[in-house]
Design a protein around this ligand. Structure first.
Ligand code: SAM
Ligand code: SF4
Ligand code: SF4
Length: 333
């Protein structure tokens, strides 16, 4: 039996922004999305498998008119709820609903000024709107984690984002590295040197500001490094996608992670349990072939636990994962 712990449910692939880095390539899909009834049933199926934490994402989840029904259902199932958003649709009435269901907001902010954030997100005025919404969320006491995706366009502007978030009294800041995808211009990918500097920055921020604003590193920044004890909130035990985490796309496709291209089946065709409990699914993590690891990972002493880090992380020239331990041991590629 595989026990599920957390799930990400993509409510729609539609979006009102046009981010240059969008890993789900929002608005590219014009097929049929899951009905209200199917998503309601899915939430029960996830709960039956043990799921305690749910993240609603997209596209932009607030573009679905029935979004509040799913929050209500997840709350009734006693799940802890996060909704990821670009903030564009959030107003006082939405904030009221979020508050009433005790939902945490994952709010994407990639710059501390209109020039950076509007350009990355492809929407004029989104920065100004985001700041106003963050103030309102704070005032209403809705727990908010700001998520910043770091790429070349904002790598040198992290201190400014940090200053802004401290000024806004944001509770939590998640810093994640941009992952390569079809939409992302190649010149936005961080170098391995920058990757290491980013990890050092996260450690510095955590030491200095964690009492005021909790600093969360994303799973794509690691692993087994001299920095690890100050970098992680929890120990890295290898990618958990498909072992206790799952993702369902807006058309019902099941995957281990929203950022991965490997698919396992579709809940339109079969019940979720049949996919999740099938031993032959999610084989990259359930039956990993360590001999297939590339680059430095092949020789690494941590490979049986780490299994090559995040599978969709940026890759080194020899095909291994960006990895702090690798950089500390043999340097950058
Ligand atoms: C796909 S979006 C969906 C929810 C919502 N539209 C938003 O932007 O927050 C979820 C998160 O993934 C991040 N993201 C998108 N493309 C990414 C990429 N190539 N690498 C890393 N994170 C990415 C976004 O910045 C956002 O924080
Ligand atoms: S707001 Fe979110 S879903 Fe929309 S384009 Fe940007 S990252 Fe993609
Ligand atoms: S070199 Fe590979 S296996 Fe070793 S710690 Fe880094 S990512 Fe993990």
């Amino acid at each position: 039996m595989y026990k599920l712990y957390s799930a990400s449910v993509e409510l729609t692939r539609k979006c009102n922004a046009n981010c240059k880095h969008c890993i789900v390539d929002a608005n590219s899909f014009d097929g049929e999305e899951l009905s209200t009834e199917r998503i309601m049933r899915l939430l029960e199926e996830l709960n039956d498998e043990g799921c305690q934490n749910i993240t609603f994402t997209g596209g932009e989840p607030f573009l679905r008119e029935d979004w509040a029904l799913f929050l209500q259902k997840a709350k009734a199932l006693n799940m802890s709820i996060v909704i990821m958003t670009n903030g564009l649709k959030i107003d006082d009435s939405i904030i009221k609903v979020l508050k009433s269901f005790n939902v945490s907001v994952g709010f994407s902010l990639d710059g501390a000024d209109a020039e950076t954030h509007d350009r990355i997100r492809g929407v004029n005025g989104i920065f100004e709107h985001s700041v106003e919404v963050l103030k309102k969320l704070r005032k209403a006491n809705v727990y908010t984690v700001v998520a910043t995706t770091v790429m070349q366009s904002n790598f040198n502007r992290l201190d400014k984002i940090k200053d802004l978030l401290l000024k806004l009294n944001v509770e939590s800041w998640q810093i994640q590295i941009v992952k390569p995808c079809s939409r992302l211009p190649e010149n936005e990918v961080l170098t391995e040197e920058q990757y290491y500097k980013l990890a050092q920055k996260i450690v510095e921020y955590r030491k200095k500001y964690n009492k005021k604003m909790s600093i969360i590193e994303a799973d794509c920044i690691g692993y087994n490094s001299a920095l690890s004890k100050d970098l992680y909130i929890k120990n890295w035990r290898g990618c958990e996608c498909g072992t206790n985490y799952v993702s369902i796309e807006s058309d019902g496709t099941v995957k281990g992670c929203p950022n991965m291209s490997i698919t396992e089946g579709n809940i339109r065709d079969i019940p979720f349990r049949e996919i999740w409990q099938d031993h032959d699914k999610f084989s990259y993590n359930r039956k990993p072939n360590i001999d297939n690891l590339k680059g430095f990972c092949r020789e690494c002493e941590h490979k049986y636990v780490c299994r090559g880090g995040c599978p969709v992380n940026c890759k080194t020239k020899d095909g291994g994962s960006y990895c702090l331990h690798k950089i500390e041991t043999v340097g950058v590629s």
